[in-house]
Design a protein around this ligand. Structure first.
Ligand code: PLP
Length: 372
């Protein structure tokens, strides 16, 4: 039997149109975009065209986009290469993805003072909580747009205003937001924002960092002149061209997508006879949810579900091998060891979601009976 895939927050399949668009740049127009000859310029046009599509999708200028290999690299670029001047204080939310938390740790070892702003029990970072930790010497505030474990949507515009009130830069990791949320930088006023193509039906190996005009980042990868010397190395043309097509499609299809995943979520939660949806009353996307199964080990439940063909996860895919529970849930004071994350996507059907919920009901009952 085909597995029921409920792990779209880890990665999404490549969209057919995106694939046929990208395919052209594997063999036909395979040239190096840095080559000055006419063939190379054709590949360069594809990269610049993708830059325009990415800029359109988030409401910025093309020269404010820096292409990277994905979300993790864009986060490293934002946090390690932005110009902080004399400021030495960094604030990150306690519910960030490991790549942000690890960069914060790196900065702490490099002489910065780092504070973590805690979420409410519902997984929201409030402007008031940020106000309590921010200082006149804060250089950077990083809060993600959509949390990758519980799906909460953060009040980015208000948080950016708090950061700006002391002259700090505001960075948002919007990796989990593209499918469901309007991430227009004009609306939120963020200084930096990152996305990753494989989370919105693009290819793995492409992402970008938006950096507001006037804030040129320092070099992350030294070498040639690609990405204005900030990120050297030959462009991954198929993945970048595909990302342009993917982000345009995700923007166009957002309303339809939001309605689709809401229907799936409602059917799934309605059929679930056990567990408790975490942060169920907070502003949330409908394609990511974590469920606490009190008295059951979440890791064991995920393994047992996998054996019955339901693919889900305990935390983010990057930390899947780790025995520690998701930091988001720990920060929220949730029963972190007993939770499982389910995430939906374009291909999820109501039938699959309901069937998965039935399998979860049976498996959870068995595990609780055996006291595991
Ligand atoms: N940020 C968030 C919120 C994520 O969920 C992920 C991936 O799971 C990343 C960053 C890392 O992105 P990438 O896989 O493109 O490196």
């Amino acid at each position: 039997m085909k597995p029921i895939y409920l792990d779209y927050a880890s990665t999404t399949p490549v969209d057919d149109t995106v694939l046929s668009f990208a395919e052209r740049y594997f063999k036909g127009v395979f040239y190096n975009p840095a080559s000055t000859h006419v063939a190379g310029q054709e590949a360069s046009k594809a990269v610049e065209n993708a830059r325009m599509m990415c800029a359109d999708a988030i409401g910025c200028e093309p020269n404010e986009i820096y292409f990277t290999s994905g979300g993790t690299e864009a986060i490293n670029l934002a946090m390690k290469c932005a110009d902080f001047g004399e400021r030495r204080h960094i604030v990150v939310s306690a519910i960030e993805h490991d790549s942000v938390l690890s960069c914060a740790e790196y900065l702490a070892h490099s002489g910065y003072e780092v504070d973590h702003v805690m979420p409410t029990a519902d997984g929201i970072i409030t402007p008031e909580a940020l106000e309590r930790v921010i200082r006149p010497d804060t250089a950077l505030v990083a809060v993600m747009t959509v949390n990758n474990i519980v799906g909460t949507i953060q009040p980015i515009r208000e948080l950016a205003q708090v950061a700006h009130s002391v002259g700090a830069l505001f960075f948002t990791d919007a990796v989990q937001a593209v499918n469901s949320v309007d991430i227009s930088v004009k609306k939120t006023g963020v200084d930096m924002l990152c996305v990753s193509a494989h989370k919105f039906y693009g290819l793995k190996g492409a992402g970008f960092l938006y950096v507001r005009r006037g804030l040129k980042p320092n070099t992350l990868i030294s070498g040639g002149d690609q990405e204005r010397g900030v990120r050297a190395g030959t462009h991954n043309v198929p993945a970048i061209a595909g990302m342009g097509a993917a982000i345009s499609a995700a923007t166009e299809r957002r309303t339809e997508y939001v309605a689709h995943v809401k229907e799936i979520r409602d059917a799934f939660v309605g059929a679930l006879k056990c567990g408790r949806v975490i942060a169920s009353d907070a502003p949330k996307v409908d394609d990511i949810l974590s469920v606490a199964f009190d008295g059951i080990n979440g890791g064991r439940l995920a393994v047992a579900l996998s054996m019955r063909g339901v693919c889900c996860s305990v935390g983010s895919a990057c930390s899947a091998g780790s025995a520690t529970p998701p930091k988001t849930l720990v920060a929220m004071g949730e029963s972190a060891g007993s939770s499982v994350r389910f995430s939906f996507g374009r291909q999820t059907t109501v039938e699959c979601a309901v069937r998965a919920a039935e399998i979860i009901n049976e498996t959870a009952l068995k595990l609780s009976g055996s006291n595991l």
